[in-house]
Design a protein around this ligand. Structure first.
Ligand code: PEP
Ligand code: MG
Length: 803
């Protein structure tokens, strides 16, 4: 029996269509597989999913693929390229309408039809509805001739006209109908243009108050017209006051890494790659390369969109819809294709097609719409970078980097010598990207709002991550003030650095170890140069991310040894792989989780991939034979998990632990802080991860900027957990390695609670040592007792300032 594949942007839609088609069967039906959505709730299509679905239902009789719109077609075509030749020959991509076609296909396949018959029945599936509706509604004839079009008009009510976001909303609506829709700007005479093309709609230059005529043909013309006019009446669902114009000063960015920077803006997406003179390949290969690059860009954008929707709002995420739609724009793709057909390489053809659209935008009267040319260029360049193998390359960004968001992998690539500051439209202060920026000493603001994306490349910026201010194109006197502050900061740093080599002794002579948090061999060298007393946290994830295979034991051992060498005998604490949450692993994917931060992450993931953990521990144990090494486990919840992890340590070192090897745990789960007495007999140390401990104690996700003010590690509830831990730990030492350890205001408080070592980003080592030198143990204990009695983090902060 012929197999059927349903390709759709929406998993829910595909499932519903399959359920509906199933109702037409009386008995045994064909095998049906779905390749729909990027996950249960994110719209999109993916060629690899389509390929897998085809392979799942492949049969000697062949496979018929039914598709919805736009990128579904591209993904299916690309999937064909990925299949073995023998399978590909049996596959038919059907141009039939998805729902009607699927019903017809399923019934025909169940009746034993060949793949050609199934495809033909599907393709003819609209005939009945067309005949019915043309009898019932003479105005909505078959739509073949434009004089049969039905027409209506609307006046643009959006303050900034039909700019990218409302236009994207309109195009999305149009694409849901079997109808051909043309738009004409009656106020200027521009058009008609097809409403299914975002780039063409924007060229109408439809501004506030312009009248736009909608002309529709096709079987669903009446519904399409009604819905378009209703959408226009709702101002394309744009929220009141939602202004896309740039502001000179941002509404409320959050500081994510301290410091001040004055430099020109460097848009993450503004560096147009250079295209080589010669591009190899025949026409088919070139077209395939371009489609692959477009598919990869679509996946990147969909990931960013999903992340922004999760961490900020659906409304902010919608700006990426316009970008995604450009990738589906039939006019743009057809233009690029014809340029490839006429002999150009894929990068050159794509660049020329994109430049044409960009110029059309640039020639418009409306200043805001003219500014959208930058969006076209941004998306175009993203595709070019994939085509030229330069994707993600932020290694050469210089100035103040302005981006929508940064993944931990993006942040890891940044060169602190070139990037003076970072401004993210979205993002959060305790994300791993923020931690990496802090480690590199790069000042960073997050949650600056979508308007940050309107800052043009090269615009002069002042970024003040000490107070959370972003000043775009500052006046000379403001600039002067900031230059003075920058110089004062540099002087204070110089004093701290001059004393950094000495130990951190409190006034009464207690030694507090100030270690470093590191995430690479370079970090280790920087931390050793910054006079850290050791490494209190090595985030080993850096070795595992962005690769398709895990590193071998030998590779791990080499890197770990380079780290211990950099510290020259000072103790190094390796944390085992802490993947999951916002740090996915390509080679150990986790099933979709509704709440990844409460899911399979940290040690939970490692225990499910025991071999991976065993290999990592073998490498750590080997290095521990020759250096002062500790190992600790992240995201631990129970003594039982610790027992399992220790069993793997014992297996890794064949039952004979290296003499200096110490074993500890991260305290990130509130229950662990309260069970310290049960853990204490089994560990050599505790290390408090306040970033996670705070998010779990206050039920405020660390990546969510809307909750950043709530997720304060100085909340008395979090402090009580640390106090309880220190009390029940007995003689087992307690360290703090979360971001709060780098806050000089928190030093006395944490020492007063019983913490005896800190682990901070290398650039903070000197300042934290200075802060510790001002602490007296007895008054710190008194301060801590008063903090525990406070009602709020604000009260605690006031105490740390007033003493
Ligand atoms: C923490 O949770 O505080 C911590 C140090 O671990 P990470 O930030 O890597 O999750
Ligand atoms: Mg953590």
């Amino acid at each position: 029996m012929v197999g059927i594949v349903v390709v759709s942007h929406s998993r829910a839609l595909a499932r519903a269509a399959v359920e509906l088609a199933g109702q037409m069967l009386h008995g045994h039906g064909p095998k049906i597989a779905i390749a729909a959505g990027l996950d249960d709730s994110t719209l999109g299509t993916d060629a690899v999913q389509v390929k897998d679905a085809i392979e799942k239902v492949d049969a000697p009789d062949g496979v018929v693929v039914l598709l919805d719109l736009g990128s579904a077609v591209l993904s299916a075509e690309l999937a064909l390229d990925l299949l073995d030749d023998a399978v590909r020959e049996r596959v038919v991509l059907s141009p039939a309408p998805l729902v009607e076609g699927l019903v017809a296909a399923v019934v025909t396949a169940a009746g034993g039809g060949t793949s050609a018959e199934v495809a033909a029945e599907a393709a003819g599936a609209l005939a009945g509805k067309q005949a019915h509706l043309s009898d019932a509604a003479p105005g909505a004839s078959d739509g073949a001739r434009d004089d049969n079009a039905i027409r209506g008009s609307f006046v643009v009510g959006n303050a900034h006209g039909l700019h990218a976001r409302p236009a994207a909303r309109l195009v999305a609506q149009v694409r849901t109908h079997d109808a051909r829709v043309q738009l004409t700007n009656l106020s200027t005479g521009a058009g008609p243009v097809p409403a299914s093309s975002l780039s063409r709609v924007a060229t109408l230059g439809a501004r506030h108050g312009h009248e736009v005529e909608v002309s529709v043909t096709g079987s669903q013309a009446p519904e399409a017209l009604d819905q378009i006019l209703a959408l226009a009446a709702r101002q394309f669902d744009e929220r009141d006051g939602q202004s896309p114009t740039p502001q000179t000063e941002s509404a409320g960015p959050l500081a994510a890494s301290p410091g001040i920077a004055i430099a020109p803006a460097c848009r993450a997406d503004a560096r147009t790659p250079t295209i080589p003179d010669q591009e190899p390949g025949d026409v088919a290969a070139r077209w395939r390369q371009l489609r692959e690059a477009i598919a990869a860009t679509r996946r990147d954008l969909a990931r960013t969109r999903a992340r922004v929707a999760r961490e900020t709002s659906e409304n902010d995420a919608a700006i990426f819809d316009a970008h995604l739609m450009l990738l589906d724009d039939a006019e743009l793709l057809t233009d690029a294709r014809s340029r490839i057909d006429s002999g150009l390489g894929p990068a050159r053809a794509w660049q020329e097609a994109v430049t044409r659209v960009e110029h059309e935008f640039g020639a418009l009267d409306d200043a805001y719409l003219r500014g959208r040319a930058a969006d076209v260029r941004a998306v175009g360049d993203q595709v070019l970078r994939h085509l030229l193998g330069l994707a993600g390359g932020l290694g050469s960004a210089a100035g103040i980097l302005v981006a929508a968001d940064l993944t931990p992998a993006d942040a890891a690539e940044l060169d602190a010598g070139l990037v003076r500051g970072i401004v993210l439209a979205f993002g959060s202060p305790t994300s791993h990207a923020a931690i990496l920026a802090t480690a590199k000493g790069i000042p960073m603001l997050v949650a600056a709002g979508a308007q940050a994306l309107d800052i043009a490349d090269g615009t002069r910026l002042v970024l003040d991550a000490d107070t959370g201010a972003l000043i775009v194109d500052p006046p000379e006197d403001t600039l002067g003030e900031y230059e003075t502050r920058l110089a004062e900061r540099a002087r204070a740093q110089a004093v701290a650095h001059a004393a950094a080599a000495g130990p951190a002794l409190t006034v009464d002579g207690t030694t507090i170890a100030i270690n470093a948090n590191i995430g690479s061999v370079d970090d280790a060298k920087a931390a050793a140069d910054a006079h850290a007393d050791g490494a209190g946290l090595v985030r080993t994830e850096f070795l595992f991310q962005a690769r398709s295979e895990p590193p071998s034991v030998e590779e791990q051992e080499t890197v770990y040894r380079a780290i211990t060498d950099a510290f020259g005998g000072r103790r190094v604490v390796f944390r085992t792989l802490d993947a999951g949450g916002d740090k996915p692993l390509a080679f150990a994917p986790v099933e979709h989780e509704a709440n990844p931060f409460l899911g399979v992450r940290g040690l939970r993931l490692s225990l499910r991939h025991r071999d991976l953990l065993l290999q990592q521990l073998r490498a750590i144990c080997a290095v521990a034979e020759d250096a002062a090494v500790s190992v600790m486990f992240p995201m631990i919840s129970t003594v039982d998990e610790l027992g399992q992890a220790i069993a793997v340590v014992d297996e890794a070192c064949s039952g004979r632990r290296p003499e200096g090897l110490r074993v500890g745990i991260m305290v990130e789960v509130p229950a662990v802080a309260l069970k310290a007495a049960a853990f204490a007999p089994h560990v050599d140390f505790f290390s408090v991860g306040t970033n996670d401990l705070t998010q779990y104690a206050l039920a405020a996700e660390r990546g969510n900027p809307a909750l950043a003010a709530l997720a304060d590690p100085l909340d008395p509830g979090v402090l009580r957990l640390i106090a309880e831990l220190c009390r029940d730990a007995g003689t087992v030492p307690v360290s703090v390695c979360g971001e709060v350890a780098a806050d000089p205001a928190a030093a006395a408080l944490l020492i007063g609670l019983g913490v005896r070592s800190f682990s901070v980003a290398a650039p903070a080592v000197a300042n934290v040592k200075q802060a510790v030198r001002a602490v007296d143990a007895a008054s710190a204990a008194d301060l801590a007792a008063r903090a525990l009695a406070c009602a709020s983090a604000g009260d605690v902060r006031a105490l740390t300032i007033d003493g």
